[in-house]
Design a protein around this ligand. Structure first.
Ligand code: SAH
Ligand code: SF4
Ligand code: F3S
Length: 476
């Protein structure tokens, strides 16, 4: 009840700002860095701002509020924010724009200290646990004309019922849990997002049913560790209401598979250590659950994995892949890999290449290890020199690209079910969509096909996309 009251309380601030803004036609810009969870948070910030009477603009010069939703998982995100802030200073001086920065990076004290010292023109700083309070923070900043810092260092609660303005009318993200308890030694996320806590089955199922009613075809379930959904609650005897038989990630997949209108279900990111058999069976048997599974590897070497605190070995990862391939027809896999973790030797890096060669991922998201203040990895003595990290990165990239080319060839001549998402960004006369395995397909067709799942014959491959031809037949 307390959480609900918190959100209702924010409605009052939304209304107050709406009254202040009445007739002014004010605009906001928002820049989101980071993962899909952050994108989903930004959709909520957009929902709040639009309810307050602001409309979105992509032009920071034109905006009355400039908002950043930040990420701190790797160093380059910080460079990007500080670069942008320099640019905004001039606009602020000219126009008196409100500048608000939120998200993961604001949970880091050394960063908020730097902002306050070097960028004192920033009006509002808010963290991941106080996002729901943005209307109140904005109102206070406007009314009292003072700087606001609203960052909580505790585990925030889950706030249901926030307004939301989604980026797409076809695909929607649904956050099912917040936080992470895994503490991989390279990763900052557990420190900035707090401990794992799951949304209630009822809230998730109702959100998905509502999305289906609005015509959404695809949902992506989000969390830092989706396949441990409700695990902490069960371990700690935290009461939760079972709804439509949902008491785990697998049962959630089964329940959502029954929602009429939703055609595709994706999820990111699961952790290999929590990939239980019931989840594998659910992917295999639920026809709407896409057969592309993101299975973060991080490293293919058992010693490095141990240092990373990943809790699986190279062999266990490969066994899991084999089991999944056996159980799930047409399975494809994507993954995340970090190169240059402290202490990683050339031979150990070869193990990563070995796993990549063996598994033949559909897609590999590759990262150069980035030291994060406050993580155990940052304190490890044997940091890898930048040039070695880059050499390894390039070697991995070369392997991955050669595999993509080879893999794409397999699509040519096949018929694929494609969810049509819109017109191609590069060619107005072409449509674009995605296969179950999330490959982009470009094809010629009528705009009435948008938001439908259709059969396409793949005629050629072009590294990052496929070309298809219509069969003039919609799927059942
Ligand atoms: N919870 C998810 C994703 C976390 S962040 C998971 O466990 O898979 C997304 C990816 O960023 C990670 O999978 C990892 O590959 C990468 N990453 C995280 N911290 C990093 C760091 N310090 N340096 C480089 N890459 C990092
Ligand atoms: Fe970071 Fe590991 Fe948690 Fe993923 S599982 S968010 S990599 S600590
Ligand atoms: Fe970045 Fe925060 Fe996501 S650190 S990756 S935006 S959870």
């Amino acid at each position: 009840m307390k959480e609900e009251n918190n959100v209702i309380n924010q409605e009052k601030y939304i209304e107050k700002i709406r009254e202040l803004n009445n007739g002014k036609n004010l605009k906001y810009s928002i820049l989101t860095m980071g993962c899909q969870l952050n994108e989903n948070d930004s959709e909520k910030l957009c929902g709040m701002l639009e309810k307050m009477g602001y409309t979105r603009t992509e032009d920071v010069q034109e905006a009355d509020i400039n908002l950043f939703n930040t990420c701190c998982v790797r160093e380059n995100a910080e460079d990007k924010l500080f670069g942008k802030l320099g640019e905004l200073k001039r606009i602020k001086e000219k126009k008196g724009t409100i500048i608000a920065i939120g998200g993961c990076m604001m949970q880091e004290k050394h960063i908020t200290d730097k902002i306050k010292e070097s960028y004192p023109f920033v009006d509002i700083i808010f963290g991941t646990h106080t996002l729901y309070k943005f209307p109140e923070d904005l109102f206070t900043a406007m009314e009292e004309k003072r700087k606001i810092e609203d960052v909580l260092d505790i585990d925030g609660e889950i706030h249901e019922g926030l307004p939301i303005k989604r980026n797409s009318d076809i695909k929607a993200s649904v956050t099912i849990m917040n936080g992470c308890n895994n503490f991989c030694t390279y990763c900052i996320v557990p420190y900035v997002r707090g401990r794992e806590r799951s949304r209630s089955p009822r809230a998730i199922i109702e959100e998905v049913k509502e999305l289906a009613k609005k015509g959404y075809k695809e949902i992506t379930l989000l969390g830092q560790n989706v396949n441990s959904y409700l695990r902490v609650e069960k371990e700690k005897n935290i009461e939760f209401e079972e709804y439509e038989g949902v008491n785990s990630f697998a049962t959630l997949l089964h329940a959502l598979n029954k929602v009429d209108g939703i055609e595709r279900i994706r999820f990111v990111s699961p952790h290999p250590k929590d990939f239980t058999d019931d989840v594998i069976d659910a992917i295999a048997t639920c026809e709407k659950v896409c057969k592309l599974v993101h299975l973060p590897l991080q490293s293919g070497n058992t010693r490095v994995l141990k240092e990373m605190n990943r809790k699986y070995t190279k062999e266990q990862y490969l066994e899991l892949v084999e089991k999944m391939k056996k159980t799930i027809p047409n399975l494809t896999l994507s993954t995340d890999i970090i190169v240059g973790f402290p202490g990683e030797s050339d031979e150990e890096f070869e193990d990563t290449l070995d796993v990549v060669r063996k598994v033949k991922f559909e897609q590999v998201y590759m990262f150069i290890y980035s030291r994060r203040v406050g993580t155990p990895g940052d304190r490890m003595p044997n940091q890898i020199p930048e040039d070695v990290k880059h050499k390894r990165f390039n070697k991995l990239k070369e392997l991955v690209e050669s595999q993509i080319e080879e893999n794409n060839q397999k699509y040519v001549g096949t018929i694929q079910k494609v969810l049509v998402e819109g017109t191609s960004k590069t060619n107005e006369n072409m449509l674009t969509g995605r296969t179950d395995s999330n490959k982009v397909v470009i094809f010629e067709g009528d705009k009435s096909l948008i938001n439908k799942i259709i059969n396409l014959k793949i005629v050629s491959e072009h590294m990052w996309y496929l070309k298809g031809n219509l069969l003039n037949k919609e799927c059942d």
